[in-house]
Design a protein around this ligand. Sequence first.
Ligand SMILES: NC(=O)c1ccc[n+]([C@@H]2O[C@H](COP(=O)([O-])OP(=O)(O)OC[C@H]3O[C@@H](n4cnc5c(N)ncnc54)[C@H](O)[C@@H]3O)[C@@H](O)[C@H]2O)c1
Ligand SMILES: [Zn+2]
Length: 448
Amino acid sequence: MGAGKTTVARALGLPHVETDDDVPIELFEDGEAAFRAREAEVLGDVLRRAEPVVVDLGGGAVTTPEVRSLLREHATVVWLDVDVEAAWQRVEGSGRPLARDYEEFKRLYEERRPTYAEVADVVARDGDDVALAAAGIHIEHGALQRLGELASGEGLVALVSDPHVAGIHGMDAQLALGSRLAETHELPPGEEAKTLAALERLWQDLHLDRGGTIVALGGGCTTDAAGFAAAAYLRGIAWTPVPTSLVAQVDAAIGGKTAIDLPQGKNLVGAFHWPRRTVIDPALLETLPEPQRLEGMAEVVKTGLLAGEPLWELPDGELVRRCAAFKAAICLRDPLERGERAILNLGHTFAHALEAAAEYEGVTHGRAVALGLLAALRLSGRDTHVVEELLRPQPVQVDRERAWEAMQRDKKVRGGRLRFVLLGADGPEHGVVVPEADVRWELDRLIE
Ligand SMILES: NC(=O)c1ccc[n+]([C@@H]2O[C@H](COP(=O)([O-])OP(=O)(O)OC[C@H]3O[C@@H](n4cnc5c(N)ncnc54)[C@H](O)[C@@H]3O)[C@@H](O)[C@H]2O)c1
Ligand SMILES: [Zn+2]
């Protein structure tokens, strides 16, 4: 009580049930047993529903053995751990039966902690931790060393990585997987991994049965390709991305999208295949070369602009946690990209046009996104200095007409109208139609 469960649960924006609503507090007057029995009954009904739901559980519920077994079977349990003074301040004077006397409140708080520790799958400090837990994302400095216990499931693992990352972190991953490790595979480096030829080879080499897990260790190319391999192999097996680049930790490995490329374009074949567990170890970023870091910073700046907070100022661990949680919460609300998830494309319509005009040679995605963010900010009437200072975007040398044509193709794909993500007074807006002349003007400014 007073941990802030209701606030956090509402902020997640997912279907949300407060068991208290259906358990009349008056029952308490008939004795706690009657109250707890009704509570367990209500929880059972809620947890057996097919749709995922956030349940805001009364603090005493876990004292009932039946509740504990329901939770073990049907839920991810997040313990929102706050100190007793903070909790008391929130409930003091509320008149709730267990919040009338500080000493009694504190006694109960201490008494229940061991039970909370026992039932919790995850201990959370704030709403971001809760979003990450709901998305199955585990972030921990040094997590790679605990991969054996953290990778989803308990069965055998096929470790898939890129040759470069395998050379740096592969041995640690193998040691950590221990007896779970059944096979190791390498995908070609970079975008080469995201080809049908590379996946055909991988599929032919895999020996896992349906109870196995693919662990994808590498940047976004590895996680995209191995994730799609997992989505289709034996009609779908579990997978755990272990993203090693900044791009992958804050973006590519979050949200369940997997894909490979076609000669006609990037990411044209793929699947939504949400990993059971994602394991993020920010310590792995220490070996990331500076240019790759800058690639990731473009997505970090994008995320900060969307969130309205300077997330780029945070130290690595916290930066990754906040960015990953921001994307995870949006993807949980809109897993199949039917609405809100589109805001994650801030700056990307311009970026894709520039990358296509360069035929994906010489213009990296991060550089193109940095330029795209400039255009999006200008169209939003916003200041651009954050992008300029952090990402130092340089205009690209591509053919202006080709870039414009690429944008028109994008328009065809998206139902005949170019729509943009802009930053409005109340936050990001997607599906905004901008006059073509303004779009063209901003696009031309990004080209040398
Ligand atoms: N699925 C999604 O939602 C999503 C979102 C964003 C991007 N992506 C995809 O991600 C891909 C780009 O990801 P990327 O930038 O990570 O590319 P990448 O996988 O090619 O990695 C970039 C380079 O960094 C190296 N590297 C990675 N981790 C390292 C580490 N810890 N130490 C040293 N070197 C390391 C890799 O070997 C590689 O050379 C693109 O194909 C893009 O389409 C997907
Ligand atoms: Zn991007």
